[in-house]
Design a protein around this ligand. Structure first.
Ligand SMILES: Nc1ncnc2c1ncn2[C@@H]1O[C@H](COP(=O)(O)OP(=O)(O)OP(=O)(O)O)[C@@H](O)[C@H]1O
Ligand SMILES: [Mg+2]
Length: 388
């Protein structure tokens, strides 16, 4: 009787101790986040704390990027233990613990990686990882990623590991959401700056090769005219005529360049006529089903114009569609821009491409880009932008 009571007391003391350790670990992560630490530092810290709490060989933090791809954003390992390197992009293929979490949204384990198929399992085996337990991290109800504990030995995790790792994953979700939002923001800022630099270089090149050359040759021609004025009036007259032509070409070049920077029709006549011009160039039938009744702020009109331009270019390049619709609707102080096609679907936002640039443009205005594109089910590109 007494022995049982003592055993029960020991067990509840051990549980209390584990809880206190968990709380202390959580506090250390929260302190780091509050101190404005770099997101990669926060991710690494979460891995280290999970590793120490569970007493495991190595841990990783993985962010799901799409249905079939993820990024390893953090990693930690005991000295000499196999650990997946942070920063790696990984395919979500085969039945690894993380892939299972991405499908079920619940804690999962793999006790033996020996016979698993897929590129990711192969990479894990090559690193020397033999078993793993992973738990989901959910941010605002959405599956954000997973935290995974790994071992170089098969069947290395006791039955309560799922519960313990899942408990901690739940607790750190908010801290991670914060750090992650900061990281994404920094990345999108960097891309905007890069895009701005690239655009400036393009303008410089176009000015140099175009209008600048024309103006140089115009100056030479005028000097010839000047020299001919006293001696050969006919030649001077011919020189002036050709200088006038040269000037016309220089003006044309500058006008073209200005049009590339900001479509003239958009500032002169507004979104409706500008979208009409885009639609007229599209190779498939495009209907505009809704437009705002009044002019919108210039950056919002420009964002809407570029969204429709990119989405319709994509329709002609990738979709194999027969028709598309364009909608720009205003509800209260938000504007929703939508381009829908009935093509092959399967579109996704990839780094360095048109849709990524659009997402950055909208995010810079406090808005968002969404791409809804199930394979075989057509594509809808949706921009949502606040007016304020
Ligand atoms: N309407 C669409 N229908 C089907 N697939 C699409 C559609 N739009 C985009 N995609 C797919 O999504 C990918 C990403 O599109 P995105 O516009 O970002 O890049 P891109 O068109 O390939 O390159 P860029 O825009 O830089 O010229 C495309 O490569 C294509 O495979
Ligand atoms: Mg594109």
């Amino acid at each position: 009787m007494r022995a049982r009571r003592l055993a029960e007391r020991d067990e509840s003391l051990a549980r209390l101790h584990a809880l206190a350790e968990e709380q202390a670990a959580l506090r250390r992560v929260a302190t780091l986040v509050a101190g404005d630490a770099d997101p990669p530092q926060v991710f690494a810290k979460v891995c280290a704390e999970v590793g120490a709490l569970l007493g495991v060989d190595s841990t990783n933090l993985v962010r799901f990027e799409s249905a079939d791809a993820a990024k390893v954003v953090g990693g930690w390992g005991r000295h000499g233990a196999p650990v997946f390197p942070a920063g790696a992009d990984v395919p979500l293929d085969g039945d690894t613990a993380v892939v299972k979490v991405s499908r079920s949204g619940r804690p999962e384990r793999v006790d033996d990686y020996t016979d698993l198929e897929g590129e990711l399992s192969e990479r894990l085996r090559r690193l020397g990882i033999a078993s793993a337990v992973a738990a989901p991290i959910k941010v605002a109800g959405r599956l954000w990623g997973a935290v995974v504990a790994s071992s170089g030995r098969p069947y290395d995790f006791p039955p309560d590991t799922e519960e313990r790792i899942a408990g901690f994953a739940e607790l750190v979700a908010d801290a991670l959401a914060n750090a992650d939002a900061r990281e994404q923001l920094a990345a999108s800022r960097a891309r905007i700056v890069e895009a701005g630099d690239a655009e400036r270089r393009r303008l410089e090149r176009n000015l140099h090769d175009g209008a600048q050359q024309r103006l140089v040759s115009l100056a030479l021609r005028l000097r010839e005219v000047e020299a001919n004025l006293d001696t050969d009036l006919d030649a001077a007259r011919r020189g002036l005529a050709s200088a006038r032509d040269e000037l016309g070409l220089a003006l044309e070049e500058l006008r073209e360049l200005a049009r590339g920077i900001h479509p003239a029709i958009l500032s002169d006549r507004g979104l409706g006529p500008a979208l009409d011009a885009l639609v007229a160039r599209a190779p498939v039938a495009v209907r505009i089903t809704e437009l705002p009744s009044a002019r919108l702020p210039e950056p919002v009109e420009a964002a809407a114009y570029y969204l429709v331009a990119e989405a319709l270019t994509n329709v002609s390049k990738h979709a194999g569609a027969t028709e598309a619709t364009v909608r720009v609707g205003r509800t209260g102080d938000r504007v929703r821009i939508e381009v829908r096609d009935d093509g092959v679907g399967g579109a996704a936002v990839r780094d360095g491409s048109g849709l990524r640039g659009l997402a950055d443009r909208l995010e810079a205005l406090g808005g968002r880009l969404r791409v809804d594109s199930p394979p075989g089910g057509g594509t809808t590109v949706i921009g949502d932008v606040p007016l304020a």
